[in-house]
Design a protein around this ligand. Structure first.
Ligand code: TGC
Ligand code: FAD
Length: 392
């Protein structure tokens, strides 16, 4: 793979709207990605393997629990810093950002927000340091966009719960130490349970043959009469709103992350267009290529402003689910469109692993599907503005 020459575009001087802390956090993440992710990520994507050696680096840049208070091992940062870390990591690879998103927003967040003090103290510091890796089990073979229909269930056996069912398409599952699993009780109410590797009847087979997010490990969570201790139930919220609350946080991070992937594709295409000579001139001198590049920087700038404003609202505790949906949907679609256009600017070279663009493009096909599909987020916006539910 080519050396990482990335220079971040900031067409509207958005840096001026950031604090010194935001810039420090972002620049540390950026340097780490250049040093520890870019040189190895293409090889890991090609061999479809998650690079476990970067776990400690992710912890050091604050990617595991950026906004979780320091007393629980988190970085104690604000939501904009969280977003910027996700942006920088996804600039390297969406699969690496997935690992960080799941750990932070889908595992640490529910334990911090819905868990007991004992659960916080037991799990959060280990998750923040990367000693424990987590996964989040909501999706099932028969229930993706409609998680409320889930079939995974648990029964109260007096001194423990008995858990049965299966989750599919679970990021980090093949190597997770703990899983936050959503299951129905005997009354059909959804609760979160912390399931630990080693519990009898719990297995995590890997899903192979993905053309997307190849550097992220995806798999199943299978529960065959798993005895879960009663103290592993998350007691402070139940119902579908509990997992959906976690998704708000993860989707927010993805709205920033997608900008990173888009910036990397744009930066690569811009450099290539200035260097590649055809018909005696750099291809960047032709109007057709300039149109592509000019539209890319316009869309990136709009996405940056959307994410930053959403971050301000999130810091104030005012960001709504529908606002988060709009940003996730817009920014991921923007990034995927830019990846496709950037790939064309590189011609045949664009399909090789010498450049990051094709990897980003394939990764973004998952990002536009997970954490709520492109359609589902449109329907969330539609319901928000009309008051009419078009899901069912
Ligand atoms: P609906 O009837 O609308 O709501 C059920 C209950 O939940 C409440 N609620 C929320 N609460 C908190 N936060 C939110 N964002 C909430 N949205 C809804 C709601 O008030 C209600 O409460 P109550 O007390 O009345 O029960 O639910 P629905 O069944 O109609 O479904 C709505 C829909 C389709 C929007 C939702 O289910 C949905 O978002 N589906 C998409 C599923 C999804 O996003 N799955 C993601 C799985 S995780 C993943 O992909 C990780 S990828 C790895 C990585 O991140 O990198
Ligand atoms: P479906 O729900 O079957 O949807 C199929 C199509 O129908 C989509 O185009 C959808 O938009 C459309 N559709 C569905 N309902 C409607 C409707 N009401 N109106 C109009 N159109 C509709 N899940 C987890 O729980 N944890 C994870 O860690 C996780 N990681 C993932 C990692 C990867 C790489 C991938 C690909 C997925 C992951 N997922 C995870 C699952 C992901 O959240 C689901 O794939 C997603 O929610 C969509 O569900 P589905 O694939 O079953 O598609």
């Amino acid at each position: 793979m080519k050396p990482d020459l990335f220079e971040a575009p900031d067409y509207y001087n958005i840096d001026d709207l950031m604090s010194e802390e935001h810039k420090l956090v972002r620049d540390a993440a950026r340097q780490w990605v250049k040093r520890d992710v870019s040189p190895i990520i293409e090889d890991y994507a090609q061999k479809a393997e998650f690079p476990k050696q970067i776990i400690s680096g992710l912890a050091e840049i604050g990617a595991f629990g950026p906004y979780i208070p320091e007393e629980y091992g988190g970085a104690g940062l604000d939501q904009i810093s969280y977003g910027l870390i996700m942006q920088e990591i996804e600039r390297g690879d969406s699969g690496v950002r997935s690992t960080a998103s799941v750990q932070s927003s889908l595992v640490m967040y529910p334990i911090y927000t819905y868990g007991t003090e004992e659960q916080r103290k037991k799990y959060l510091p280990k998750l923040a340091s990367g000693e424990f890796m987590g996964s989040f089990g909501l999706t099932e073979p028969n229930h993706g966009s409609n998680p409320g229909g889930m079939e995974t269930k648990y029964k109260d056996m007096g001194d423990h719960y008995l858990l049965n069912g299966a989750k599919l398409w679970i990021s980090n599952s093949p190597f997770c130490d703990v899983a936050v699993v959503w299951a129905k009780n005997e009354e059909g109410r959804i609760h979160g349970l912390i399931v630990e590797r080693g519990m009898e009847g719990f297995s995590t087979p890997e899903t192979h043959n993905k053309w997307s997010l190849r550097a992220s490990a995806t798999g199943e969570l299978i529960f065959d009469n798993v005895k879960v201790p009663k103290e592993n139930l998350l007691p402070n919220k139940n119902g579908l709103g509990a997992p959906l609350g976690c998704l708000d946080s993860a989707r927010y991070g993805i709205a920033w992350g997608a900008i990173g992937a888009a910036m990397d594709c744009y930066d690569t295409a811009l450099r290539y267009a200035k260097e590649r000579i055809q018909f005696g001139k750099p291809i960047g001198a032709y109007q057709l290529q300039q149109k592509k590049l000019a539209e890319m920087i316009t869309e990136i700038t709009k996405a940056q402003l959307l994410a930053l404003r959403l971050g301000q609202l999130k810091n104030q505790g005012k960001a709504t689910t529908a606002q988060i949906s709009m940003a996730k949907r817009n920014n991921v679609d923007m990034a995927l469109t830019i990846a496709r256009e950037a790939r064309q600017i590189l011609g045949a070279m664009g399909i090789t692993g010498e450049y990051s663009i094709m990897r980003h493009m394939m990764n973004l096909e998952s990002v536009i599907t997970y954490e709520g599909t492109h359609d589902i987020h449109l329907l969330i916006t539609g319901m928000d503005i009309t008051g009419l539910n078009a899901f069912k």
